[in-house]
Write a protein that binds this ligand. Sequence first.
Ligand code: ATP
Length: 273
Amino acid sequence: SKAKLFDEKNDIQVSFKDVAGLEGAKDEIVEIVEFLKNPEKYTSIGGKIPKGALLVGPPGTGKTLLAKAVAGEAKVPFFSLSGSDFVEMFVGVGASRVRDLFKQAKEKSPAIIFIDEIDAVGRARGKSNFSGSNDERENTLNQLLTEMDGFGSNTNVIVLAATNRAEILDKALLRAGRFDRQIYVDLPDVKEREQIFNVHLRNIKKVDNLDIDFLAKQTPGFSGADIANVCNEAALTAARKDKSQVDMQDFLDAVDRIIGGLEKKNKIISPDE
Ligand code: ATP
């Protein structure tokens, strides 16, 4: 059986209202929705539509969510793959996978291609400490550069890529006509955490007097993904206790558990502390 090369979704239901906070990033990326919906408006006057944008920020802050929201708002297909998958590829497969991906996206254009963890394939060439797979990684990267250069400004495929380490990327990726726009997606501040709680509480049966402001204040350093996790954990805890509504204690217990998990993760990263 043939391994799946990439994922294609034609009916993305995510919209900007599912993305809480990130006002600056949304302001920038909304333009890409416009390019996809109405390219002639920009090209007829002689403008060149950008081919790619890089979403930069810590894990779990909503980069994938934002990319999906672009496809959802523009109502275009969403082709996605993860850079880290390439690392496991057999020789020659990475480059042909990229070629195939762009071919499919062009056939279905307008479309979004989303490459998560682009640093896995896009690290600066010749600086890898990965044994063995380096040539293969470089072939894949070169194919990606070739594809991005190859499609004209009327192709109407826009490539979004995500990374939490833009500084290690090969400079060739950031050159004009490739990922020449960077959009920053940061950890949420207290106000934004409250907004993220509100998004994830939409479908949760909770007590009326839940103090969301307090929860936001209790969760500094949490990403959107951590907050989504808190809401789900709290709901599961309440259900386990046969409650019909999730209450403040369920949320605070979930916050504590997530903090415990984050501390454990940090210990693994810095064992001498
Ligand atoms: P990674 O770098 O780990 O791939 P990411 O930045 O792509 O992370 P997402 O996968 O978009 O993060 O976020 C994971 C989940 O966390 C989302 O599906 C969503 O449920 C929640 N989430 C993250 N950020 C937000 C946000 N700003 N608003 C609402 N939900 C969010």
